[in-house]
Design a binder for this molecule. Structure first.
Ligand code: DQA
Length: 151
């Protein structure tokens, strides 16, 4: 049976590729989604993508994911990571497994980025692996749901 995952991206991640490339690199969100889709095809994974700059839309999407009975969410909450209790509560309320992803290493940047209010309600956090972080998160879900991941 196909593994169903939602790939969720928060504020400013639609600007990847143009946005502070010295921190976030040159890979666009479209590139990231294509790379994920390539791995997904080889592994019988059904991916849905959603990006929003608005907290409420992200919350609504998390609720909808629970109703769609997804197997997991790969989530880069952007700056909401550091202060959105509402997103944290949304994750806690649905009981869907979430892996938090950050392109940059949030621990070697400004002090305020070191705290994630989201991480405690996630299965784990991948931070600092660039765009590969999304692929690593997909691997983690595949290893758990299928026991293997074909590259
Ligand atoms: C980010 C890190 C956040 O601190 C920042 O606000 C972002 C991107 C990352 O992917 O490295 O928007 O989530």
């Amino acid at each position: 049976m196909a593994v169903k995952l939602l790939v969720l991206n928060g504020p400013n991640l639609n600007r990847l590729g143009k946005r502070e490339p010295e921190i976030y690199g040159h890979t666009t969100l479209e590139d990231i989604e294509e790379n994920l889709q390539d791995v997904a095809r080889k592994n019988d994974v059904q991916l849905t993508f959603f990006q929003s700059n608005t907290e409420g839309f992200l919350i609504d999407r998390i609720h909808a994911a629970a109703d769609e009975t997804v197997d997991g969410i790969i989530f880069n909450p952007g700056a909401y990571t550091h202060y959105s209790i509402a997103l944290r509560d949304a994750i806690a309320s649905v009981g869907v497994e979430v892996i938090e992803v950050h392109i940059s290493n949030v621990h070697n940047r400004e002090e305020f980025r070191r705290e994630s209010v989201i991480a405690p309600v996630c299965r784990g956090q991948l931070t600092g692996f660039g765009a590969d972080g999304y692929i690593l998160a997909l691997h983690a879900f595949l290893l758990k749901n299928k026991g293997e991941c074909k590259l």
